[in-house]
Design a binder for this molecule. Structure first.
Ligand code: GLN
Length: 488
């Protein structure tokens, strides 16, 4: 049962081959066995899950079941879930229990999904390794061949990706501000899509950088991501940046093929430092698409090299403003002080971890009166140029193919002490975030030590359908069947 895809499980549930309760219980058992090692979940909600599964079974019997009836999912602990503690992996949220449900999770519940619990992440989604969580690091279910060292799952959606790769959930919600869906998907050998900015509502998702944050799914197949995104997406009047466009049939797009499509290969994504294995996998991906009838076109995105520097100004600036709300007064943890200012300072000093504090300091610095023009304003201008690069490229091609990340999963013990080294992990993912275009990672091969590597496909605004078409083709060609060492 645990090996089923979401697509196959939905069929099996309808054919009554097994019940939603059995499927949910199997996942809860897997969590009980493996979560102590993986730490993929911060909170597990077995009673709620079983109640939701029973409701799904009743709906299936009555013929009123939604498309996700009985499908067990993990929810990144950045989505507010009514009545269930939501931590953002930070001490500062304390025992916060939201009185409301995020729009994305409400959409999934409406369609019958079963929530198993809340998945671990980097604190406030800031990170690329899941090492910054106040609830401890997540362990990647994958190990290097012949080496027991615990590896990071990537970040920030590391718990979501590890839960799905380890078969502790059939799929998961995640969020991506600069790569947090795509990079952990790549590190954990699964698929994950960051849709177009505005495709999914941000309402009820703990904010990191509001002009970049976007929700999306991770799952073990491209089609499963298409199914989940179809439920998550849609216009929401409660989010002013949510866009009122129709949600196409993403699942149908997976079967479309790439014949006649023009696929761009951005030359700036091949720096001299790109590891040979990753360059070789990228070349392999190019051949697969060419063999499937796509036309390969060289393109240039000249402002790519400013992507990281720009992102690490804009994202902290917005974060410093968003995180001002954690004052110890309205919600979350509080450390009392002699007066109000002292209370703020003590609460924030105790509540935030080092990486979050670093971002707040960078953010307030680049927004400060003397430096605003030099950093924030200039970064906004460069952001416009990054977007223009993509617009010009998409005049010539339908989608772009790149590697997802410059490395495979690294060991928890190799955690870079220099934060800039960690930021470099996002080099291939942040430009799409800055431009607001959709991007997806699909597992495409293994490195020499047996770890998964992903390829990234980028598309035009609101053209996730083409992204799914290309990723599904890559998935078929790659025939990726390798399994992680630790899985239920
Ligand atoms: N690694 C990036 C950061 O730390 C991206 C995180 C994300 O996408 N949430 O900002």
């Amino acid at each position: 049962m645990l090996d089923f895809s979401i697509a196959a499980a939905a069929d099996a549930l309808r054919a009554r081959k097994f019940s939603a309760r059995e499927l949910t219980q199997a996942h809860l058992d897997a969590i009980a066995t493996l979560n102590p090692t993986l730490n993929a979940y911060i909170t597990v909600t077995p009673e709620r899950a079983i109640a939701a599964a029973d409701a799904a079974d009743a709906a299936l019997a009555a013929g009123t079941a939604g498309p996700l009836a009985g499908i067990p999912l993990a929810i990144k602990d950045l989505f507010c879930t009514a009545g269930v503690r939501t931590t953002a992996a930070s001490r500062i949220l304390g025992t916060f229990v939201p009185p409301y449900e995020s729009t994305v999770t409400a959409n999934l519940l409406r369609n019958g999904a079963v929530f198993l619990g809340k998945a671990n992440l980097d604190e406030f989604a800031m990170g690329s390794s899941n090492m910054t969580s106040a609830h401890g690091p997540v362990t990647n279910p994958w190990r290097r061949a012949g080496d027991d060292a615990a590896l990071v799952p990537g970040g920030s959606s590391g718990g979501s990706a590890a839960a799905v790769a380890g078969h502790l959930a059939m799929g998961a919600t995640a969020t991506d501000t600069g790569g947090s869906i795509r990079q952990p998907a790549s590190f954990c050998g699964i698929a994950g899509i960051k849709p177009t900015y505005g495709r999914c509502s941000r309402w009820g998702i703990v904010a990191f950088a509001s002009s970049l944050d976007q929700a999306g799914p991770v799952a073990r197949s491209v089609e499963d991501c298409a199914i989940l995104l179809g439920s998550m997406a849609g216009f929401d009047p409660k989010d002013s940046t949510s866009v009122d466009v129709a949600v196409p049939d993403f699942r149908a797009a997976c079967a479309r093929g790439v014949k006649g499509m023009r696929i761009g290969i951005p030359r700036e994504y091949r720096p001299d430092s790109l590891p040979a294995e990753i360059a070789a996998l990228w070349d392999q991906g190019i051949s697969w698409l060419r063999d499937a009838g796509a036309q390969i076109v060289d393109v240039s995105l000249p402002h790519t090299r400013y992507g990281l520097a720009t992102y690490y100004i804009v994202a902290p600036a917005e974060a410093s403003s968003n995180l001002a709300r954690y004052d110890g007064v309205r919600f979350g943890a509080r450390v009392d002080g002699q007066d109000l200012i002292d209370l703020y300072e003590r609460t924030r000093a105790a509540g935030f971890g080092d990486e979050v504090k670093r971002r707040i300091m960078i953010g307030t610095y680049v927004l400060s009166a003397g430096y605003y023009d030099a950093y924030y304003l200039r970064a906004q201008k460069v952001r416009a140029l990054i977007l223009r690069d993509f617009t010009e490229a998409f005049a010539k091609v339908d989608a772009l193919l790149t590697p997802t990340a410059p490395s495979a999963a690294f060991a928890q013990g190799d955690k870079p002490t220099d934060p800039v080294r960690m930021y470099l992990n996002d080099v291939f993912t942040v430009p799409a975030s800055m431009a607001g275009i959709p991007g997806m990672s699909v597992p495409a091969g293994l490195d020499a030590s047996g770890l998964p590597l992903g390829l990234q496909v980028l598309g035009k605004h609101f053209d996730e359908a083409s992204v799914f078409a290309v990723c599904a083709e890559l998935e078929r060609a790659a025939g990726f069947v390798a399994k992680p060492a630790l899985r239920a």
